[in-house]
Write a new protein. Structure first.
Length: 433
């Protein structure tokens, strides 16, 4: 992991000997002949024509992500949201159906319930820990199971091998958003995922500077096993005069080739080369950051558990969590830095808590080296219905914390100062407590 984080995808064959992958800041690529560009458009050769659909810097990031996830290919796109949108568009035709965990990022819930619904794709939300619910939600039209390996914001861990076994028995593809875990802690492909999606904005870039997304083909999805279910991949595509599923015969991802040719080109959700470079630099220290962040986060979560005014702490290390066994079995390196706490006293207590924090920054991001805090009910999950919020564990008093790389004692002191401020608000209004 640490060697691949630094070397995969880049052999330093730059004409100037650049040690770090250079930023190729160009819109288009010169070809030595008319025939060369023509062959590229006909998919008879490989290379670059125009940076909307591919760039040499971005290609290094794609190769590195493929290596880190142990997959057969990756495409880098403009954001995590673009990655999820493009992955689902490539898999889900109008009239199809997706079964999704109800414990997912609010933006993904909105994508399923609004934009994809407009496009004729139906979705059913299920409790990720209820295996019978996954099975019961399957329809003849179901093409995708969608879940997060570590859920945002309550850090619930999925029993991916069990969920994937149900999906694969019905020729359903398993898409896993592994943003919170990152490949340093968990490789979904090793546990049954077919497609892995990342918001590289978070731990991969790691420093709060960049918006980026990745789709990785883990190598287990093969539409040729059930050609009529994946007709858009297994029959000749009129626009591109090719059958994308044939790419699997060469060990390449036909799904990602289709996604790049069609959706990256049509949606134009291109990752700038400078952003790809920022993610590559971030990945170089990913493993070290995740190890330290996971350890400090577990300590802080346990410290907050049982404190006055903290109704509950949502972290796999808290006694009684149903995913404790999954943590032990599948997450030996830890479960990253995002978790949530439920404060007594509702939003007034949350407001006092957040405003009293001095080290934590109030911001709707996670996975930064800086510790961050937000109130999901009024921000990231505010467009959801109250029932949807409750299903994903977002209550009025829920606070999401994303632990960074500051000193653990300093963070602990900051959290205690904030809890005391929330306590003062409750004392002033005993009805709220
Ligand atoms: C788990 C998860 N997936 C996807 C996204 C969307 O990623 P981006 O903000 O890079 O578009 C986020 C954003 O917070 C997220 O937390």
């Amino acid at each position: 992991m640490s060697t691949a984080s630094i070397h995969a995808g880049w052999d330093a064959q730059d004409p100037h000997g650049s040690v770090v992958p250079p930023i190729y800041s160009t819109s288009a690529y010169a070809h030595s002949s008319h025939a060369s560009l023509r062959a590229l458009f006909a998919r008879r050769s490989e290379g670059f024509a125009y940076s909307r659909s591919g760039n040499p810097t971005t290609q290094v990031l794609e190769a590195r992500s493929t290596a880190l996830e142990g997959g057969i290919g990756a495409i880098a796109v403009a954001s995590g949201q673009a990655a999820m949108t493009i992955a689902l568009c490539a898999l889900l035709a109008p009239g199809t159906h997706v079964v999704a965990s109800e414990r997912i990022y609010g933006g993904t819930t909105e994508l399923l319930g609004d934009t994809l619904e407009d496009m004729g794709v139906a979705a059913t939300a299920v409790d990720p820990w209820d295996l019978q619910a996954w099975e019961a939600a399957i329809r003849p039209q179901t093409r995708v199971f969608l879940l997060e390996s570590i859920a945002n914001p309550g850090a619930q861990l999925a029993d991916l091998p069990a969920i994937a076994a149900i999906a694969h028995a019905h020729d359903i593809a398993v898409v896993v958003d592994s943003t919170l875990a990152s490949p340093a802690l968990y490789r979904p492909g090793d546990h049954g995922a077919d497609i892995v999606v990342h918001s590289a904005t978070k731990y991969l870039a790691g420093h709060g500077t960049t918006i980026a997304g990745l789709i990785v083909d883990a190598g287990s999805f093969d539409p040729r096993r059930c050609p009529q279910r994946w007709e858009r991949l297994t029959t000749e595509n009129r626009r591109f005069a090719t059958t994308f599923a044939d790419d699997y015969a060469r060990g390449c991802s036909g799904l990602l080739a289709y996604a790049r040719a069609k959706y990256m080109t049509d949606f134009g959700a291109t990752l700038p080369a400078a952003s790809a470079h920022a993610v590559l630099v971030g990945i170089e220290t990913l493993e070290l950051r995740m190890e330290r962040i996971s350890a400090v986060t577990a300590q802080l979560a346990q410290h907050l558990h049982g404190q006055d005014g903290v109704a509950s702490v949502q972290h796999p290390s808290i006694p009684g969590r149903p995913d404790a066994e999954i943590a032990r079995r599948d997450f030996p390196r830890g479960t990253a830095g995002v978790f949530s706490i439920d404060l007594d006293g509702g939003e007034p207590a949350v407001e006092a808590f957040c405003d009293a924090l001095e080290l934590f920054t109030i911001a709707v991001n996670i996975g930064d080296v800086r510790s961050l805090v937000c109130h999901p009910a009024s921000t990231t999950h505010s467009h959801l219905t109250p029932a949807q919020r409750e299903a994903c564990g977002v209550l009025e008093g829920t606070v999401r914390l994303s632990i960074g790389l500051e000193d653990e004692e300093d963070l602990r002191a900051d959290l205690e100062r904030a809890l005391a401020a929330a306590q003062r608000v409750r004392a002033a209004d005993p009805a709220a407590a």
